[in-house]
Design a protein around this ligand. Sequence first.
Ligand SMILES: O=C(O)c1ccccc1NCC(=O)[C@H](O)[C@H](O)COP(=O)(O)O
Length: 207
Amino acid sequence: MTRIKYCGFTRIDDIQAAAQLGVDAVGMVMTRKSKRFVDIDQAIALRDAVPPFVSTVVLVMDDDAAWVDEIVSRVRPDMLQFHGTETDAECAAHGVRYLKAIAMGEGEGALPRLRAYPGAAGLLLDGHGLGETGGSGQRFDWARMPRDLAQPLVLAGGLTADNVAEAIRTARPWGVDLSSGIETSPGLKDRAKMERFLAAVRAVPSA
Ligand SMILES: O=C(O)c1ccccc1NCC(=O)[C@H](O)[C@H](O)COP(=O)(O)O
């Protein structure tokens, strides 16, 4: 079974719809570099709308450690997801399990970074380039998904209901993550797109 995370929520109705449809995790972006940024009060309201057994993940990107600590103490996400040049020690410093996003958009340069986060609960391989923000719909060559890493790998970048079956068959990820492929505009999710994507993932036979 391929796990599914939908990311970049800004509206309570959308996050509730995603949970009702059956996603495993929902993400909120809390770096001010993002068009999908939510502040602490919005994030608390969104988190409170998430039912049991659905994980909440907060995304940051080269943000101040004090800001990340405030997120941890007030929003209390199940996991953090780091999108910048943070080191393994910096990611671990907040006392919360974390995913590290790896920018696959710059080709072979990404390979050393895949082995630089032994403390991460999982790695999220995204299609954008180093230093660029995510959520931009950029994909990478799914055949580049590594096969020899111990950590669970999450595939992200440019996934849609139309291409996710091929992506899963090629990359064999632990989970998939997307944002723009289920939106009408940044931060505004579309229920029909969320439903179609879930059905497309569920239709792929497990390995
Ligand atoms: O979504 C953002 O605006 C964002 C900003 C800064 C860093 C990361 C960001 N999003 C990361 C995500 O988790 C996206 O879901 C992931 O990049 C996939 O996005 P998409 O290609 O739009 O499906």
